[in-house]
Ligand binder design. Sequence first.
Ligand code: PMP
Length: 406
Amino acid sequence: MNYPVDSIREDFPILKRMVNNKPLVYFDNGATSQTPIPVIEAMNRVYYEFNSNIHRGVHTLSNLGTEAFEGVRRKVAAFINARHSHEVIFTKGTTESINLVAYSYGEACILEGDEVIISGMEHHSNIVPWHLLQSRKGITLKVIPVLEDGSLDMEAYKQLLSPRTKLVAVTHISNVLGTINPVKEITAEAHKHGVPVLIDGAQAIHHEMVDVQELDCDFYVFSSHKMYGPTGTGVLYGKEKWLDKMPPWQGGGEMIKTVTLETSTFNELPFKFEAGTPDYVGVIGLGAAIDYMEGIGREVIRRYEGDLYAYAFDRLSAVEDIRIYGTAPVRGSLVSFLLGNIHPFDTGMLLDKMGIAVRTGHHCAQPLMDRFAIPGTVRASFALYNTREEVDILVAALAKVRQLFG
Ligand code: PMP
């Protein structure tokens, strides 16, 4: 495949560093991806050239900042093919986006005794906000079961939908199993019952071609730091018809139209949901991350990563004593596994000694660990700069780990 991985790696200075006297092999992209120079430079440029609070000033710097910030809103809208840029709300990240929906949509559209459907493979950030709503409002949480291969039980899902269902909230790609869920089908099924759907795109936005109009989802959420952008910023996409119905969830500057000492009226979309000074530097960095991916070509990245994933899955499958979790027919981007009866932390620590960064533990998905009756897994997750050679290093290192544990 003609993919310029060497020159791409040059864009990520951190990939040159040594860890424990070994060249870094970074396979913890599912937690946070690395940041390319153009993104770092875009953020530096704000501080060097036009740092100033946005939306407020009449002066030149503030206007430059506002233009850059609102330009990214339009860029994000185009990136996910949203109908309107005011359907893009900037948040702190996936977690805050889901909490916003749970709070605000929960306030406006969910009553005691109503039901929310999630799946058994959700990250805690798509479970706990619904527990909080449960204790505020007395809702019932229903859960789509996970099958042995790590796919969702779609027949069970159809049975869960009821006249009391008020929302379906599921992950696009599992951060533990790599399962790519049939989110379009899940959405279509929910819509037959008039139920809106929230998709947690934290693990999907940088791997898949996400088109929110094509998916027809009602909410789509993701974080910048997993898609080559900075930490501290993320997106809630919501269909206008829902966002209009939803009350603000935080009060403060920018989200108001008028304030007297007695009462306030609220700004229009998207500002109604963006109280206070946003992380405008982070958002501008997110814009640069989108430009970076578009510069390589999203379809080009997708094909490269698909090929790398297939290679990694094959090579890891052949490691002696390995058990891979997540073998659904449609999957990608990461491989989760256990090696013999070696605890995942021990494997992770030894790999770190060899310069290899992987994630170990429950991956903020404890119910899924319970489902498979395991304490955790070792997870290698891939990004656009990883290589087959790095996969080979991991495979060789795992053989050493086995040796060390006899
Ligand atoms: N959902 C999924 C599927 C994730 O993988 C993550 C991050 N591990 C999150 C939600 C939470 O993202 P953040 O911490 O950026 O809010």
